[in-house]
Design a protein around this ligand. Structure first.
Ligand SMILES: CC(C)(COP(=O)(O)OP(=O)(O)OC[C@H]1O[C@@H](n2cnc3c(N)ncnc32)[C@H](O)[C@@H]1OP(=O)(O)O)[C@@H](O)C(=O)NCCC(=O)NCCS
Length: 164
């Protein structure tokens, strides 16, 4: 089957994105309003967000999505998700690569993310990209009171920019 194509997320993707969101994050799914608000900050010269979807060319189905926030040289992986049937085939890696490309375009020196302490699969993915654990946020995920592991990536080639 042809590989999914990555492109900008638009409002007309939200129905499919929300279906995936509820399936993949049953305890703390983002609401439609949260996605609308995020997309409102994803266009124009003052944009602080980039959201992408992975679309299957054969039927137009959205099988993954991801979002990055950026401000003051600091990036934040806000969300990343792949449909269960599409996991383990490298799509999560492609989405993360795309977010990091946007982080570079935003001139981020560092990219942070929060991940549930029990989500070892996602943590392994981030580690492969060079993210390192830097601390915890206690009770970050509600309901459930699950801690977040905070991970940080220093974006290559920008870490000494102030000195040079
Ligand atoms: C975390 C998540 C986004 C990863 O997406 P993914 O598409 O499965 O990611 P990848 O395929 O790039 O990598 C994941 C695994 O597949 C393996 N893989 C990558 N390419 C592969 C390929 N071509 N063939 C077989 N396996 C492959 C990787 O080695 C990796 O294995 P490991 O985790 O066992 O070490 C996905 O599991 C997901 O959506 N989970 C639920 C939501 C979630 O937890 N999001 C993160 C919140 S912080």
């Amino acid at each position: 089957m042809t590989a999914p194509v990555l492109r900008e997320m638009r409002w007309w993707d939200l129905e499919q994105v929300l279906d995936l969101e509820r399936a993949l994050f049953p305890e703390d799914a983002w609401s439609p309003g949260m996605f609308w608000s995020e997309l409102a900050h994803a266009r124009g010269p003052l944009a602080t967000r980039r959201y992408v979807v992975a679309e299957r060319p054969a039927d137009g189905r959205v099988v993954g999505y991801a979002g990055l926030g950026a401000a003051g040289g600091l990036g934040d992986v806000l969300t990343i998700a792949v449909a269960p049937e599409a996991q383990g085939g490298g799509l999560g890696s492609r989405l993360l690569t795309e977010l990091l490309r946007h982080a570079t375009a935003f001139e981020c020196d560092q990219v942070l993310l929060e991940v549930r302490v029990d989500n070892t699969r996602a943590q392994k993915l981030y580690e492969r990209f060079g993210f390192e654990p830097i601390g915890f946020r206690r009770g970050y995920y509600q309901p459930g009171n699950v801690d977040a592991l905070v991970m940080r990536l220093t974006v290559q080639g920008t870490e000494n920019r102030q000195d040079g």
